[in-house]
Design a protein around this ligand. Structure first.
Ligand SMILES: Nc1nc2c(ncn2[C@@H]2O[C@H](COP(=O)(O)OP(=O)(O)O)[C@@H](O)[C@H]2O)c(=O)[nH]1
Ligand SMILES: [Mg+2]
Length: 353
């Protein structure tokens, strides 16, 4: 997973380590005669290299830092790491990381590494690793614990899935249903895609395989009625969670959007999950933003991560939309689903998993 991103991050990490290694105090400054290198003077820092100020580079950074060493701190000039960050910027964009997210990551790394915050006592590789890790965690957010969400909401918890056709909504509903079942919750499915031929049968097959009830009406019927009946069924049978399928929607198709608005009004879902595919890269991020504005979404599920060697969409989507990435789909089987845990993902991206 995320092969391209891992390679870019690995390359930047090694280059930053080398650059910081060269900025070590011993390499730049002569200790004052008689003073212990470990207990250095508390004088004002003496600039060693001055840079032109005011110029902005590609990533919008101002070259205002100076390189110097004081006490057991070392200061890395922005110039020292600028080329590496420029290269990383291109690498992230090439890996489909959204522009705004790329800028955010770079700005966090720059802020973390340049300046006088770091102690030499910490190894260079951990300084760099922590800077990259913090920057990535900063854009990935907290994630969501769906099981706690279900536990803390009134039953039945109503979760509606929306998004463009073919991205994996129905398959994802089956996976989420199986995941919830495995975590001890009862589930009922609502065949709310009454629009596309074969959609009802498709979700019915999943339901049969998983041993989960599927509420369905005829093709072409009102999806709001199907989902209303599904919620009624859940109430009557004390089912914990309702998972509602919907027809593929384009934000610019008024009739489908109106249908969704009606479902929302009548069903009042606890969670609207926007589903898109990682292979769509930046398009997925842009669509998610548009859906978020027009429909209003609460969380995202990104499918086909197994088919996306780049990984940028998974890194970008939560930050770009301002909503958490709930799950990622990693294949066609029911178990090919992963809770999106930012800490685990970042550890994997930086090669620690
Ligand atoms: N490789 C892979 N294929 C997936 C994943 N999720 C869904 N699919 C496939 O994507 C296709 C469309 O899925 P479907 O659920 O029908 O999409 P929908 O139109 O949005 O409901 C199917 O062939 C699924 O098996 C995934 O995480 N990985
Ligand atoms: Mg479907």
């Amino acid at each position: 997973m995320f092969k391209a991103l891992k390679e870019k991050l690995f390359s930047a990490r090694k280059k930053l380590e080398n650059s910081l290694e060269e900025s070590k105090p011993e390499a730049i400054i002569q200790p004052e005669s008689g003073s212990e290198p470990e207990v250095s003077p508390v004088t004002e820092p003496a600039p060693v290299i001055s840079l032109d100020s005011g110029k902005k580079n590609q990533a919008g950074f101002t070259e205002k830092f100076v390189s110097f060493v004081r006490d057991r701190e070392f200061i890395v000039s922005e110039k020292d790491i600028r080329d590496i960050l420029d290269e990383l910027e291109i690498g992230l964009l090439e890996s489909d990381v959204a522009f705004s997210v790329t800028e955010e990551i770079l700005s966090r790394i720059k802020e973390d590494l340049s300046g006088s915050k770091r102690k030499v006592g910490k190894s260079v590789d951990s300084v760099v690793r922590d800077a990259l890790s913090d920057a990535l965690l900063g854009v990935l957010g907290e994630g969501v614990d769906i099981c706690s969400f279900v536990k803390t909401h009134e039953r039945p918890v109503k979760i509606l899935f929306t998004g463009v056709n073919g991205t994996g909504k129905t398959t994802s509903i089956a996976k989420v249903a199986s995941f919830l079942q495995n975590n001890g919750f009862s589930v009922v499915l609502g065949a709310g895609d009454t629009f596309r031929a074969g959609a009802i049968e498709q979700i019915d097959v999943h339901g049969k395989r998983l041993g989960i009830k599927v509420i369905q009406h005829q093709e072409g019927s009102d999806p709001t009625a199907v989902l209303f009946d599904t919620v009624e069924y859940a109430r009557a049978h004390q089912v914990d969670v309702v998972l509602g399928d919907t027809a593929g929607r384009f934000h610019n198709r008024a009739n489908l959007m109106n249908q969704l608005a009606k479902i929302r009004r009548v069903i009042n879902p606890d969670l609207i999950v926007y589903v898109d595919e990682a292979v769509a890269g930046n398009d997925a991020v842009i669509r998610a933003e548009e859906f978020s504005k027009s429909v209003g979404i609460d969380a995202v599920m990104l499918t086909k991560v197994d088919m996306d060697p780049k990984g940028g969409a998974a890194i970008s989507i939560a930050h770009a939309v301002g909503k958490p990435l709930l799950f990622i789909g990693t294949g066609q089987g029911y178990n090919d689903i992963m809770v999106f845990n930012p800490t685990i993902v970042v550890a994997d991206l930086l090669g620690d998993a």
